[in-house]
Design a protein around this ligand. Structure first.
Ligand code: HEC
Length: 510
């Protein structure tokens, strides 16, 4: 019996447990020659869970990538971290055990079983994965044959970076060229919202797993180091917003009908705001940080006092789900839009809001709305595939941006007010000149031909991503199928447990 298997027997509990699926392995000592820990099956999952956030392909710490056997064995700054057959002398083990500083992973402990598994693998010779490439378990970053929809884009306060939400990652681009500055991995599912703190210090990505949990990942925006992952909601997070001026609080809205306020420095939940009776979509702080506005599937906009967590008032003018809202930079007005295709603007007094203006703005649900920093322009994006620029003072439509290759699902205005970034369902991102409406640059190209992005392909992707119940979801909006489904889901609406879909999903399925 090799040393490894004695070690295995010592740490028996963990090994036996992990191997329980393969009967003969339940007693390692009985079959030492034929059974040994396999890299892909036994080691990779541990690295995935505990190490990849910092040792992924993009910007790996210590120049050490751990996404595959080959990456790991190649090593980092200090050379190969694994000495086959000698776990005790392997840098990786010494760092995990804290014998070599800094300890890995820096802030957490590896479960003893996980460590013993890695040691057993090293002591057994640190062999490459047994399975052939074809039968390997899909690795951590499956090469997506399809692009992930871009549900959110955000400029850094200095305008030099554009964060783009993706699937399990956030890409940070140079907004003038599209050059990728950094890829931040860590989120466990689709990222629904990305945002920089007002001081530019933090970058947050929010999302989570539909019907299960919400997740917020925070990075140090300057270094790209992942600082914290916050879990808290009972469904995915739709939007996250930092409180101005300092970004000390983070507000998150969720499909679980609640809004939560988090202390950014500690990650501790400060308050849960629970008065919406349906999924909460947009959240936005007033420019002075004192108020928080939220919009929801219950067709209301609510305004909250941030310091007390109390609701100040409810604006009930909307006729359908509210998907987007924004305070005017002056703080004196609030605008919202959503499934009823209308923009509404309320004048805010100390205690209430009065409807100042409303207009039918698009031919389908409006999913994004933003003000330029000077407050003179508003930009809206809708499921009619149009992005429109509005003159705020005259309350008129100024222009429609050039034709969009797919639904414009994300929108952000550059801090200098010169340009607007649009992200789409087909994974593409473009930058437009706000004054002329002209395309400046395609930052990310759609990864599939335009003809395939809409229709069946997207519907399938959406159904998979959001694990919606199967049903007749195909058919363009307005088609018989879409309309009948729309009616059906209207009926189900409000019935307990009936799961409704997210905005763009809504628009196609209701
Ligand atoms: C929170 C981020 C983070 C996580 C998680 C993390 N590491 Fe690291 N790792 C680092 C940093 C930072 C360095 C560079 C340390 C230095 O050189 O001072 C590093 C360096 C290393 C090195 C040395 C590479 C070299 O050649 O210099 C090894 C080995 C290592 N990590 C192993 C692990 C293992 C194994 C895990 C998971 C069990 C892990 N790390 C998880 C941040 C992390």
């Amino acid at each position: 019996m090799t040393k490894a298997w004695r070690a295995g027997a010592l740490f028996g509990g963990g090994l036996v447990l992990l191997y329980a699926a393969v009967p003969v392995l339940a007693r390692p000592a009985a079959a030492p020659a034929t059974v040994r820990p396999d890299f892909d099956r036994d080691v990779m999952p541990v690295l995935q869970e505990h190490c990849l956030s910092c040792h992924g392909t993009s910007d790996p710490e210590g120049d050490l990538v751990m996404e595959s056997y080959e990456d790991l064995m190649k090593g980092g700054t200090h050379g190969p971290p694994v000495a086959p057959g000698r776990s005790e002398e392997s840098r990786l083990v010494m760092m995990v055990e804290g014998r070599t500083k800094p300890k890995m992973p820096p802030k957490r402990e590896l479960a003893p079983e996980a460590l013993s598994l890695i040691k057993a693998w090293i002591d057994a010779g640190a062999e490459p994965p047994a399975a052939t490439a074809a039968t390997r378990i899909p690795d951590i970053k499956p090469r997506l044959a399809r692009p992930s929809p871009v549900y959110s884009v955000a400029f850094s306060p200095d305008g030099r970076q554009l964060a783009v939400a993706g699937h399990k990652e956030v890409r940070v681009l140079d907004p003038t060229t599209g050059r990728r500055l950094r890829t931040l991995s860590g989120p466990s599912d689709l990222v629904r919202s990305v945002t920089f703190s007002p001081d530019g210090k933090w970058l947050a990505a929010a999302g989570g797993i539909p019907a299960r949990s919400g997740e917020i990942v925070l990075w140090d925006a300057a270094t790209g180091t992942r600082v914290r992952t916050i879990k808290g909601h009972r469904d995915y997070v739709y939007q996250a917003a930092f409180s101005p001026p300092g970004g000390l609080l983070l507000a998150t809205s969720s499909y679980d009908k609640s809004i939560r306020l988090w202390d950014v420095a500690s990650g501790i939940e400060q308050a849960t705001l629970r008065e919406h009776t349906d999924a909460v979509f947009p959240v936005a702080f007033s420019p002075d940080g004192k108020w928080l506005a939220s919009g929801a599937g219950d067709r209301t906009v609510k305004v909250w006092d941030v310091s007390t967590g109390r609701r100040l008032f409810t604006l009930s003018d909307s006729l359908d789900t509210v998907y987007a809202l924004a305070f005017h930079p002056s703080g004196r007005q609030l605008s919202a839009a959503g499934a009823d295709k209308m923009i509404r603007t309320w004048d805010l007094t100390g205690q209430d809001g009065t409807l100042a203006f409303s207009t039918i703005a698009h031919e389908d649900a409006i999913v994004q709305l933003a003000y330029s920093a000077d407050g003179r322009r508003m930009v809206t994006a809708a499921a009619d595939r149009r992005v429109k620029v509005w003159d705020v003072e005259k309350r008129t439509e100024l222009r429609v941006l050039p034709a969009q290759s797919d639904w414009p699902t994300a929108l952000a205005l550059a801090p200098d007010g010169q340009s607007v970034a649009v992200g789409r369902y087909d994974g593409s991102v473009s930058l437009y000149d706000l004054a002329s409406g002209r395309l400046q640059v395609d930052l990310l190209k759609p990864a599939t031909p335009a003809a395939q992005t809409a229709g069946a392909y997207a519907a399938k992707q959406r159904a998979e991503r959001d694990s919606l119940p199967p049903g007749p979801r195909s058919g363009p909006p307005g088609s018989a199928a879409a309309n009948s489904l729309r009616r059906r889901e209207r009926r189900e609406r409000g019935s307990k447990g009936a799961r409704r879909s997210a905005p763009l999903l809504d628009r196609r399925s209701r």
